[in-house]
Design a protein around this ligand. Sequence first.
Ligand code: ATP
Ligand code: MG
Length: 201
Amino acid sequence: MTDRIGIMGGTFDPIHNGHLLTAEYVRDACRLVKILFIPAANSPFKLEKKVAPAHDRLAMTRLAVADNPYFEASDIEMCRRGVSYTSDTIDELHRQFGRRATFFFITGADAINALPSWHASEHLLASCHFIAATRQGTKLDMAHLREAFGSLCERHIHQLTTPELEISSTEIRARIRAGRSVRYMLPAAVADYIKKEGLYR
Ligand code: ATP
Ligand code: MG
C-alpha cells in the first residue's frame, strides 16, 4: 500500500475558502492521507501578471492550513528557480517520497481539459493522478483527452463532483482594494495577515 497524497497547486494570491473546501472534500472522498498546498513561485499561466511576493503567498498558505492536521503548506516550488512547472514538482516529490507515495493533483475540470497543452503533459499524467473537481453540470472533454493521452486518461484522470464556493482570489483582491468586506471568504488569520502587511491595496 502506498500513501495517497493530494496536491493543491495554485498562485494562492491569496488562498481562500474555495481552495480549502475543495481540498477537504476531495481528501475525504478519495481517502487521501494528506494534502500538500503548493504556491507557485512563477506560474506558467501568470508570467505576465503581477502577483504578491512569494513569501507572502507562502505565509498566507501556512496560516490557512494551520488548523487542519491533514493539510500542509509546501515551499517546493518557491525553492526552485524559473517557471514552476507541475511536472517538475511531481518529479521532485517522487524523489522526496520514494515509492511509497501516489500523488493526486487536484484541479478544476476546465484546467484538466487544457492539460494536453501543459509542459511535459504526457510525462506528468504518467507520474500522477488528476482529480477533476467539477461542479454539477460541467464536464470533462474525454474525447479530446483520449486523443491526447490514450488509455492513460481513463486510469489517471478522475472526475469528482464537489460543492463549489463562488470565490476567486481576483474577487478578493478587488474587494480589498475597494475597502469591501472579505469576511468568510477566506480564513480570518489570512485576512489579518493581508491587513497587517497592507497587501492588495
Ligand atoms: P485568481 O482569481 O487569481 O485566478 P483563483 O481563485 O482562481 O485565483 P488560483 O490560485 O488560480 O485561485 O487557483 C488554484 C486552484 O484552485 C486551481 O486548481 C483552481 O481551479 C482552484 N480554485 C480556484 N477557485 C476555486 C473555488 N472557488 N473553488 C474550488 N477550487 C477553486
Ligand atoms: Mg484562477
